[in-house]
Design a binder for this molecule. Structure first.
Ligand code: AMP
Ligand code: MG
Length: 412
């Protein structure tokens, strides 16, 4: 079997598959409903009760026997004694005797024997006796038990992403908690002796560290949890020591940035080559130099994805390789970003043989997308103003003004 570097560059799909293979589906945990938002349901949700659980009134009004009002109208009302008062929540509702009606509120149980509700607006609203000027059809304004769902029915299937309506439904059928896929836990580690923490003074030749917090936030936005390790200088021993110290059973993935290209001080590459992690090129731009594998660390192994150091390369690599893998591990039915087609505003040239992800701004009103900034993978200011990535296939060498391009929406 030839190694990645001998075999030549991987396609984006090949490397994406290699990273995804490092992250099997996470286990199932049970969370309170209020914490289930955005999570993926791990087992089918069945109804523990029917909805509605009992026949109840859809209106404030009077529960009646419809047959006793046949022929009644505004001009020819009928009068009945009000035999009971049934607010919502009453649990001891008496049956309705013939020749009587019950005052009833929305959501209250329909008394046995009653088969229709007359809204209060069609009556004189009496409390002892009431005049009713309407002839309801049987079943009028009665919300039938089980008309929304029957008990035992499957309401949501495993793999459903939980949002407000789904969580509302779970509450409605009496579930206080839901089984969801666990969030993967990710360690984020930046390397580079030139890096200084924001807030500290910069010496000439130093830059502020930006990838660590950016990637940790991106991990959390993807729905996983992140722990940011303070960045380490380009020193293989220090780097391995930091990892050995911090990697534990609870870590699903380590993401590094920097130290993987062809320079002389490539700490990530030097520390991991020969220990389960492969490095090579992916035919893409930005983000050519990549690595991934299961790093052997003192008897244990941990999944690692090594991203390039330039901030734009790091974040684009995260979007293309890591985010879909994390979301797939959490059971997301659509782990990738939504992709739409837009017409290019302006024209673009692109190298043959490399898939390019250019930073773009989409104008949804006109369905056009324009590039922001240029191809330089250090241009983080343009990245911060982009709301999409323009995905140019490896075969594409130029796109003319107005031509359709694929666009990954970053703000979905
Ligand atoms: P490297 O891959 O380590 O050679 O880094 C490539 C470029 O990205 C260099 O200009 C680095 O200074 C820069 N870089 C690497 N890591 C970071 C980081 N964590 N934050 C900001 N810039 C970085
Ligand atoms: Mg570096």
């Amino acid at each position: 079997m030839s190694t990645w570097s001998e075999a030549g560059p991987r396609t984006v799909e090949q490397h994406a598959a290699a990273v995804a293979a490092l992250l099997p589906p996470t286990g199932i945990e049970t969370v309170p409903l209020a914490e289930a938002s955005g999570r993926v349901l791990a087992e089918d949700l069945t109804a523990g009760v029917a909805l509605p659980p009992f026949d109840n009134s859809a209106m404030d009004g009077y529960a009646v026997r419809a047959a006793e009002l046949a022929g009644a109208s505004e001009d020819a009302p009928r009068e009945f004694p009000v035999a009971a008062d049934v607010p919502a929540g009453r649990t001891d509702v008496p049956a309705l005797e013939p020749g009587t009606v019950a005052r009833i509120m929305t959501g209250a149980p329909v008394p046995e024997g009653a088969d229709a509700i007359v809204p209060v607006e069609r009556t004189d609203a009496g409390t002892e006796r009431v005049r009713i000027g309407a002839a309801p059809e049987p079943g009028a304004f009665v919300r039938r038990a089980g008309e929304d769902t029957t008990a035992g029915a499957v309401l949501l299937t495993a793999g459903t992403v939980l949002g407000a309506p789904q969580i509302g439904l779970a509450s409605a059928v009496g579930r206080p908690v839901l089984p969801v896929r666990r969030r993967p836990h990710v360690l984020v580690l930046s390397t580079g002796s030139e890096l200084v923490a924001p807030g500290d003074p910069l010496e000439p030749g130093q830059i502020y560290e930006s990838n660590g917090t950016m990637l940790a936030v991106a991990v959390r936005e993807a729905g996983a949890t992140a722990e940011q390790l303070s960045f380490v200088p380009d020193d293989v021993e220090r780097f391995r020591a930091v990892l050995a110290d911090r990697v534990s059973d609870g870590v699903d993935l380590v993401i590094t940035s920097g130290g993987v290209s062809a320079g002389a001080y490539e700490v990530v590459k030097d520390a991991m080559t020969g220990h389960g992690v492969e490095f090579g090129k992916v035919a893409m731009q930005p983000g050519g130099p990549q690595g991934c594998g299961r790093l052997e660390l003192g008897g244990a192994t941990v999944a690692v994805a090594t991203l390039p150091g330039n901030p734009v390369s790091a974040l684009v690599s995260f979007e293309v390789f890591v985010r879909p893998a994390l979301r797939a591990a959490m059971g997301h039915p659509a782990p990738g970003r939504p992709v739409v087609t837009a017409r290019l505003a302006g024209e673009l040239a692109s190298p043959a043989g490399k898939r390019q992800f250019r930073r773009g701004v989409l104008d949804a009103a006109t369905g056009t997308v324009g590039e922001i900034g240029s191809t330089g993978s250090h241009l983080i200011a343009a990245l911060a103003r982009a709301d999409c990535l323009i995905d140019l296939s490896a075969e594409t060498t130029s796109v003319a003004d107005g031509q359709p391009v694929a666009v990954w929406l970053l703000e979905a």
